[in-house]
Design a protein around this ligand. Sequence first.
Ligand SMILES: C[S@@+](CC[C@H](N)C(=O)[O-])C[C@H]1O[C@@H](n2cnc3c(N)ncnc32)[C@H](O)[C@@H]1O
Length: 220
Amino acid sequence: MKKTIADHAARFSEAAADYDDEQNSEEYEACAGLVIRRAGPAGSDTVLDLGTGTGAIALALADEAGQVVGRDVSEGMLEQARGKAADRGTENVEFGYGEFRDPGYDGDAQIVTSNFALHHLADEEKREAIETWAGLDGGTTPSRSDSVGPRRIVLGDVMFFGEPDPEEPFYSPEVDDPATVGTLVDYFTDAGYAVTQVDRVHDQVGVITAERVVSGGRES
Ligand SMILES: C[S@@+](CC[C@H](N)C(=O)[O-])C[C@H]1O[C@@H](n2cnc3c(N)ncnc32)[C@H](O)[C@@H]1O
C-alpha cells in the first residue's frame, strides 16, 4: 500500500462532496455498470459492497437484492452514501466502517462486490483481502448446506491487461498500486473460486467475476 489506510480515508473524505460529479468517464461508468450486471443478485441475496464510497454500486444493487451492506474506511464517503440512501428512501442498505481485510460485518453474504477501490492495497494485501472475502459466511441455499464463502465475487478495478502506463488514465503511481489481471485471477483461484468472466473495459480497467467452487461441482 503506497499510503496508509488513514491517508486514503482522509483523501477520500476530503473529496467526498464532489466525488460523484467527478466520476464521469466512460470507463468508470462501464466498469460500474458491469459490476452491477455481473453481481446479478436474487431478491433473497445479501450483497456486501467493499470500498463502497458514496454507494454507487450498493445503491444500484439495493433495487434487486434483499439486503446490501456497504463498507468503507472513509467516513466522509459513507456520509454521502447514507445521505443518498435517505434521499431515495432506500431502506435495505446499511453503510458502515470496514476495511477490505476486516470488513466489520459478521452476517452472511451471498455476493461480494467491489468497484474501483482494491487497487489501493499492495498485491499481498489484495491476496489477504480476497482470502478474507472467501472466508465470509456465504449462507445456505436449497442446493447447498455448507455456508463457506459467498457464491459470487465481482471485482471491478484498475488492473493491468498489459504493461502499466502512468501516462494513461486510471493509474497514478503515487497513490495507486494495481495488480495485473493474471495476479488477481490467481488469487481468486487460490481462494477456491473459478473466474468465469473477465471484462476488459480499458487496458488498465477490468471486471473479474468469480464463482465459488464447491466439492462435487460448481454452484450455479
Ligand atoms: C475510487 S473510490 C470507489 C468508490 C465506489 N466503489 C465507486 O465505485 O464509486 C475508492 C474507495 O475505496 C475506499 N478505500 C480505500 N482503501 C480502502 C480499504 N483499505 N478498505 C476499504 N475501503 C477502502 C476509499 O475510502 C474510497 O471510498
